[in-house]
Design a protein around this ligand. Sequence first.
Ligand code: NAD
Length: 369
Amino acid sequence: MATYNLLFLPGDGIGQEVMREVEKIADWTQKAGIASFEIERGLVGGAAYDAHGKAISDSDMALASASDAVIFGAVGGPKWDNVPYDVRPEAGLLRLRKDLGLFANLRPAICYPALADASSLKREIVEGLDIMIVRELTGGVYFGEPKQIIDLGNGQKRGIDTQVYDTYEIERIGRVAFELARKRNNKVTSSEKRNVMKSGVLWNEVITALHKREFADVTLEHQLADALGMQLVRWPKQFDVIVTDNLFGDMLSDVASMLTGSLGMLPSASLGETDPKTGKRKSMYEPVHGSAPDIAGKGLANPIAMIASFAMALRYSFGLGDAADRIEKAIADVLDAGLRTADIRGDAKETISTSQMGDAILAQLQKAG
Ligand code: NAD
């Protein structure tokens, strides 16, 4: 049984509550003989600020770099609204993404049949939906220079952001998308705005060339980002893997998230380059939701997004796809049995707490053997 190094960073608010439920599932993974873990625990966000005056300490960053995967809860909360900008809770998350070189953000949008009525779209549009959005995470308009506001001296100001992509950045995110598609339904939809943006023209050219050169067995289609936004709510089941840039990916993945019902259901993975020597890649797994200060400490948080993020770690960092399937099946079975936290209550008469949901998923895993 292989041993992997994990760094658990629960963070703030419900991050800490949902991480406790992941501990139960990690323990099951070990007891079931699937993998063993050396687990370190660190601080990030407001919790790290309170302890060290930083959003993440250098020693915890070193642990993150040395780990096989970081399992991250959530950061932030009103308590830290007025701390200096460079040590605000989110700075810890951004440093992890930047220093670990996590350029590929994977956000699956899966609609469990039992929750199809929680979506804002009709059941037949979303039931059984299973798509993967691959968003470029470290380039594009969020990071391009110049990025500034200039005073024009005539009572006017000018705000400037720069959308910039180099060939290698497009190729490496494209490669992640094509490789994922091969393990799913073998289709990639690449999205940009080549009709109005030069970076979109290059994006389209590079993805097309990469496809021809290395992934001709995968079906590739291109959709302009605005049209894709429309298609996502019209007929989302036409998609398998969607690959797009940082800005469009930010928006489109939020749209896709609403197809599935609740923020409490959405996991994510962020991956770096594969090290050619070790074959390993830096990675971080986190729920899409934040620290939810409105429900923190009340046992109301849904731990499914966090547990499903751990399942993604098993699949994408450790090649344990079967174990990930078992966890996802246990989640589906628990939902089919009608168990609900408050956020996915629907018509349910009763709801269960964060730890009861974690226990129910664990019990289902143990029962399934
Ligand atoms: P949020 O995701 O924390 O909460 C939005 C709404 O969804 C709230 O009503 C919350 O109760 C609910 N919700 C979220 N996760 C849930 C879960 N697992 N179970 C049940 N309900 C859940 O977003 P927000 O309120 O905009 O932000 C709160 C704080 O979190 C802010 O400080 C923000 O900066 C931070 N934040 C952090 C991250 C992150 O750590 N990755 C992401 C988003 C927001």
